[in-house]
Design a protein around this ligand. Structure first.
Ligand SMILES: NC(=O)c1ccc[n+]([C@@H]2O[C@H](COP(=O)([O-])OP(=O)(O)OC[C@H]3O[C@@H](n4cnc5c(N)ncnc54)[C@H](O)[C@@H]3O)[C@@H](O)[C@H]2O)c1
Length: 440
């Protein structure tokens, strides 16, 4: 099947490469000419494990190509996926659909023969209706159907998530389109991945409901962690104790600095706005979003407390900048707010991240970057772990201690054991592990 992927970012590029790997012929399009030139030259514009090889293999087999010429790529395609960004609209938190509607207009111009237009971007309820209206208005003779197929992949594990999804949600109101979508995902069908066929509007809402639920789970365990610190309980044991209950499940129960990234903050905001617009406010998500915003400042206060109340004139070594490990994505990373709060408090920041430093340079000012964890700690007054990259899990603690001016470790991901750190004579503050020496 011939497929066009409009938008070659984290979702479009991974989805395009995986669909090519299924045997389809995929053309990945982007308006960013530099990105397309890089891809043509075999350079990945993002860091995602396994992506470079997957792309190279499929380019070699002539199943995957890259272009800026959307109209040419749409001609002859049986399906055109829209995978462009849907950031928060400045000021009000609604999803900004400018890129989606631009893509719809451009796609309309190239349609010939029956084509399924698939919104893979995360879009509010009713966006499919508007995409349909735009295409019909731009090209009244076009024969097409608009389908919603939200993407659930996680950065850092994106290829595996795409190829072995928990489910594929398809909002299809047209029989011909259903046949095309079934054909596209046949390899997953054969793997017995569950398919949820539903209406377009239900599918659009499902994606937001999923992200809001996960954000709620994270926020719930974070607040339990705060209580653990006050009552001398251990949040990791609480998480295990509740997570083994199959009705709850163990995933997304890791206490930490609050959720961030390119999806949860903007998607919870967009859901809140949609719900308010329709007169059915989702108060639990409103609270989750507010609590999560405050959490990052609370994490900075944890660092202040570890240093005796003030960071003025201190140098803080920060390990991990991206919003999670195994990605270079800095969008809405908790590190941004935490570092900014520390700088506002008068601290100098040394920083190291295995993949995120190029993107960090674009969003954070006045950091000193290092190229390994140890040089980052040299002459710093405390170490703060913000992102749980594997490379930080087994640091040589004696060496770290000898490099720091004082043995202070604030571990915002709980990747170290308080007892171990006590044995190494560190002043250690984790998240929600009762015996924390540091009070908020
Ligand atoms: N990143 C994730 O983990 C993830 C997971 C699931 C869903 N999503 C959703 O998928 C969508 C895309 O997210 P992303 O992280 O891949 O964004 P991204 O910013 O990495 O990529 C979007 C790409 O679309 C391109 N683009 C914008 N307008 C275009 C146009 N008119 N024609 C062609 N290309 C255009 C941009 O240049 C960019 O390269 C969003 O709606 C997001 O919420 C993201």
């Amino acid at each position: 099947m011939q497929i066009t992927m409009v938008g070659s970012g984290y979702v479009g590029l991974v989805s395009g490469a995986c669909l090519a790997d299924f045997g389809h012929t995929v053309s990945c399009i982007d308006t960013d000419a530099q990105k397309i030139e890089a891809l043509k030259a075999g350079k990945m514009p993002i860091y995602e494990p396994g992506l470079q090889d997957l792309v190279a293999n499929n380019v070699r087999q002539h199943r995957l190509s890259f272009s800026t010429d959307l109209v040419a790529a749409v001609r002859g395609a049986q399906a055109v996926f829209i995978a462009v960004g849907t950031p928060s609209r400045r000021g009000d938190g609604h999803a900004d659909l400018t890129f989606v509607y631009q893509a719809a207009r451009a796609i309309a111009a190239g349609l010939d023969g029956f084509t399924v237009v698939v919104t893979k971007s995360t879009v509010p309820v009713g966006t499919g209706d508007e995409v349909e209206r735009i295409i019909r208005e731009t090209n009244p003779n076009a024969d097409f159907a608009v389908v919603s197929n939200p993407e659930f992949l996680r950065e850092g594990a994106a290829i595996d998530d795409f190829k072995r999804p928990d489910r594929i949600v398809l909002g299809v109101d047209d029989k011909r389109a259903e046949a095309v979508m079934t054909e596209i995902y046949r390899p997953l069908y054969l793997n017995q991945a569950p398919f949820v066929f539903t209406s377009r509007r239900t599918s659009e809402l499902t994606k937001y409901a999923a992200n809001a639920f996960l954000a709620t789970k994270i926020t719930f365990i974070n607040e339990i962690a705060d209580l653990c610190e006050q009552v001398g309980a251990n949040v990791q044991d609480v998480a295990r104790g509740i997570g083994l209950d199959k009705r709850i499940g163990s995933k997304f129960l890791h206490a930490g600095p609050g959720y961030g990234g390119s999806c949860f903050p903007k998607d919870t905001q967009a859901l809140i706005k949609t719900a308010q617009d329709f007169g059915a406010p989702i108060r639990i998500v409103e609270t989750v979003s507010a609590v999560n915003d405050q959490r990052k400042r609370a994490m900075a206060r944890k660092v202040f407390a570890a240093l005796g109340g003030s960071v003025r004139g201190k140098t803080i070594a920060v390990l991990g900048l991206t919003f999670k490990p195994n990605t270079d994505d800095m969008r809405d990373s908790p590190a941004i707010s935490i570092i900014t709060a520390l700088q506002d408090g008068g601290a100098r920041i040394n920083a190291f991240d295995p993949e995120g430093m190029d993107q960090a340079r674009q969003v954070l000012d006045d950091l000193t970057y290092f190229y390994d964890p140890y040089s980052c700690c040299e002459k710093a007054d405390a170490l703060v772990i913000v992102t749980e990259w594997d490379a930080f899990r087994a640091l040589d603690l004696n060496r770290i201690k000898s490099l720091l001016t004082a043995p202070i470790l604030v571990d915002l991901r709980n990747i170290y054991e308080p007892d171990d750190l006590a044995r190494h004579d560190f002043l250690y503050a984790g998240v929600g592990r009762g015996s924390s020496p540091v009070k908020k």
